[in-house]
Design a protein around this ligand. Structure first.
Ligand SMILES: *Cc1c(COP(=O)(O)O)cnc(C)c1O
Length: 398
């Protein structure tokens, strides 16, 4: 179909939640490239919002998922599921978690984490401990409860009344955080690096103190690793960049390589709070999604993608800083954690630059008028990065 015909059906039949989209439809991908329905080739530096970390049509992924597709897509959680058990084992073997539950999305994984934290204290005989402290500018999802947890009013306001029991404090402000703790607090929930609002990392010192505060006040520490997980920041999980461990962390985005899946991962002692019947999901952890997760884990390990994200991310950051110093003074700041990168501009030209890059057949995103955001597939090479940076430097110069 031509884009213009798709657009017509979209505007007639699809709810207008995404407004006017970039006028392109993709029909296939290979590696870090996508091809549109009109045959144009694009280079993807956004990965479907940090989802397509292994790139497109990875042979191992295609083989494993196709084979599973021909055998069994779904069966209910009333039965045992081999790939579910195997993926849970893989995640536990590679992280501080002892137990895993699978959902279908990031928001749902966070809902699961919130339910688990509340239930944990209820079962300890402390039902008054239900409040969760989250951070301003955070993003935790689009369900009513995860919107209530999200520290950005614009998303939540229209849907009031919200779920009770969330308090927000500024990022990296330990005083504000400890002052917000009361006898009702059950957990602190944060992204180790805030993604959606523009790549704002937690300081290592701050997180160390947050962990100590949680130990001292007997609070649970929940990391929303929906975006930072699966190698994005240069380690398999974002918390591994810091010298601490969360009690619960959540995953989604890149976990299924594009097949929807999320995960709640927790220490045994916390996970035990869920008794049979207290949480569940129809689709969550089905054979196809978990096989996709196993394929992604295998590829991450075989191709050392977290290490590559660290190396190429560092390379891009240095090159961008050099650009800022030498030829592109419009770049005012570069924030990066592995291949999670934001480029702050001192002029309101981010949307135009994004469009120029689109004309140059590069996909990236802007946040507001002053920020560009890139989330390349973790398989990119320094040569891919050089080509991208050359195009970006032209787009910024124009
Ligand atoms: C994307 C994201 C979510 C929401 O995930 P969905 O799969 O869209 O529900 C939650 N938390 C963080 C940190 C995210 O980046």
């Amino acid at each position: 179909m031509l884009v213009k015909d798709i657009q017509e059906y979209d505007s007639q039949f699809f709810m207008n939640t995404f407004g006017k989209r970039t006028p392109v439809a993709f029909e296939k991908g290979q590696g870090i490239n996508l091809w549109s329905t009109d045959g144009e080739k694009y280079t993807d530096f956004f990965s479907g919002i940090a989802v397509n970390s292994i790139g497109y049509a990875h042979p191992t992924f295609v083989r494993m998922v196709t084979e599973q597709l021909t055998k069994l897509v779904h069966c209910s959680n009333l039965y045992y599921i081999e790939s579910q058990a195997l993926l849970a084992r893989e995640l536990c073997r590679n992280s501080c978690a002892d137990k895993v539950f699978f959902s279908n999305s990031g928001a749902e994984a966070n809902e699961g984490a919130i339910k688990l934290a509340r239930l944990y204290f209820r079962k300890l005989g402390m039902p008054e401990k239900y409040e969760i402290i989250t951070l301003q500018k955070s993003f935790h999802g689009r369900t009513i409860t995860t919107l209530s947890a999200t520290g950005q009013d614009k998303y939540a306001k229209p849907f009031e009344p919200l779920t009770q029991g969330f308090k927000k404090v500024p990022l990296n402000d330990f005083e504000a955080l400890s002052a917000a703790v009361t006898e009702n607090t059950c957990a602190i929930m944060l992204e180790p690096v805030q993604g959606e609002s523009g790549v704002y990392p937690c300081d290592a010192q701050y997180l160390k103190k947050v962990r100590e505060l949680c130990d001292e006040k007997k609070l649970l520490l929940i990391f929303d690793e929906v975006q930072t997980g699966m190698g994005r920041t240069g380690k398999l999980f974002g918390y591994q960049k810091y010298d601490i461990e969360p009690d619960i962390f959540t995953l989604a985005k890149a976990l299924g390589g594009g097949i929807p899946i999320g995960a709640v991962c927790a220490k045994d002692q916390v996970a035990q709070a869920f008794a049979p019947g207290e949480h569940g999901s129809t689709f969550g952890g089905n054979p196809l999604a978990c096989t996709a997760g196993l394929a992604v884990m295998k590829i991450m390990e075989e191709e050392k993608l977290p290490e590559n994200a660290q190396r190429v991310g560092e390379y891009i950051k240095e090159k961008l800083q050099a650009l800022a110093a030498e030829s592109c003074p419009v770049i005012s700041e570069v924030r990066a954690s592995g291949l999670m990168i934001a480029i702050e501009l001192n002029a309101p030209i981010a949307p135009q630059v994004k469009n120029k890059m689109f004309e140059k057949k590069y996909l990236l995103a802007n946040i507001g008028e002053n920020m560009l955001r890139i989330l390349p597939p973790l398989i990119i090479t320094t040569q891919d990065a050089d080509e991208f940076l050359a195009a970006l430097s032209c787009a910024l110069g124009e």
